[in-house]
Design a protein around this ligand. Structure first.
Ligand code: XIL
Length: 380
């Protein structure tokens, strides 16, 4: 054999070997994602879900739909059931997308969450102008009766009231509160229970790991219970970061809420990988920091996470899920706020135009290291 032929043979063998290795890696990751899923891994512990956007609900985004059907057994509507969307004018309800959302959940035998009946944000403008309590009561009655009755037996859990508390545990001075005091909360829970006695009813809010805010939730739940009203759960939104909150604070809240006889759900889990504006705390959707747009310091991973950051993210998710498993008897559901990183609201909030990486699936729907770390907890 000439030297030249030998060289050609060697190079061809090398190419064959490299490509067979590649296939092997591909096959391993495909089987992993086919044979295991979050919903199956955690089926004896709690439900696992995701918030869906409009194109997912309308099944236009088929790649998302495949993943949603494979990985999740509960869904939440990211925006489509909020007051401004579903009830934009006094006598106008818009049910088109909400109907499709509920049908999608039913088709897949999923636990369907309604988000949310009473919230100061993304509220229809006509409701912001209401000044007297009689009109406010009538409007709330009309809103809750119409929506909850329409989906009676189909929506399994309602976020009845969202974000009614300030950080110190006092009541937020929303228009609902200005007009009715905190009576709007008991009214909402009473109406929802009457409209669908079998639906689970939840109070949902962010920063519920904070001791002062925790105190406010405990008072709120006790007050509803003292009035003989039904409340089944507290929803901790869980818009968290790599650094905080501490596992201890989260655990103390799980224990405090469970001690009231209600279940805990993590309703909007995501973990930001990006630096936050110095004074940002929580998830108030009206906050926006335009001065930081296009500031590269605030957008350190415009392509993908560094290996170090991806590892940190995986470890953080692992620690959080380990805590969830420790308290699985108190936890009903863990829902991610979005399906893949590219679809997360954290790409445009609180600073728009950034590239965030807060979920378990990357922009190409591939499971990330964090996904495998979370799943591995069930194999230990
Ligand atoms: C967010 C949506 O993800 C965004 O698309 C929208 O622009 C603003 O609201 N707390 C909640 C959710 O209860 O409804 C919010 O969802 C995030 C914070």
């Amino acid at each position: 054999m000439t030297h030249r032929i030998k060289k050609i043979l060697l190079v061809s063998a090398l190419i064959l070997w490299v490509s067979s290795c590649k296939n092997e890696v591909k096959e391993i990751s495909n089987t992993q994602s086919k044979d295991t899923s979050l919903k199956d891994a955690f089926k004896s512990d709690f439900l696992i879900g995701a918030a869906l956007n409009k194109s997912q609900i309308e099944e236009k985004d088929t790649l998302s739909i495949n993943l949603i059907e494979r990985e999740f057994n509960t869904i939440s509507p990211e925006n489509e059931m909020k007051w401004e969307q579903i009830h934009p004018q006094k006598d106008t309800f818009y049910f088109d997308v909400a109907d499709k959302y509920v049908a999608l959940g039913e088709k897949n035998n999923m636990h369907v969450v309604g988000h949310t009946l009473i919230w100061h944000s993304q509220l229809a403008p006509w409701m912001q102008d209401v000044k007297d309590s009689l009109t406010m009561v009538k409007n709330i009655e009309h809103h809750i009766n119409t929506i909850v009755k329409r989906y009676k037996g189909k929506i399994d859990t309602w976020d009845v009231v969202n974000e009614a508390l300030n950080e110190d545990g006092s009541f937020r001075t929303s228009n609902f509160y200005k007009v009715m005091g905190d009576n709007f909360i008991s009214l909402a829970f009473k109406l929802a229970a009457e409209a669908d006695p079998d639906a689970k009813l939840v109070y949902n809010d962010y920063n519920l790991w904070k001791p002062e805010k925790r105190g406010g939730v405990v008072r709120l739940v006790k007050d509803l219970q003292a009035q003989g009203l039904k409340i089944d759960g507290v929803g901790m939104q869980a818009h968290w970061s790599l650094e905080g909150p501490s596992l201890k604070d989260i655990e103390n809240s799980i224990l405090a809420y469970a001690a009231l006889g209600v279940k805990v759900s993590f309703t909007e889990l995501d973990i930001t990988a990006l630096p936050n504006p110095w004074d940002l705390d929580g998830a108030a959707v009206e906050q926006n920091y335009e001065q930081y747009e296009n500031d590269p310091k605030m957008n350190p991973y415009p392509e993908k996470l560094s290996v170090a950051a991806a590892t940190q993210m995986a470890n953080r998710y692992e620690a959080i899920f380990k805590l969830f498993l420790k308290h699985k008897d108190k936890i009903d559901r863990v829902t991610f706020w979005g399906v893949n990183d590219g679809q997360s609201w954290l790409n445009y909030w609180p600073i728009s135009g950034r590239t965030n990486h807060p979920l378990l699936f990357d922009r190409d729907f591939n499971p990330k290291k964090a996904y495998y770390n979370v799943l591995a907890l069930k194999n230990k």
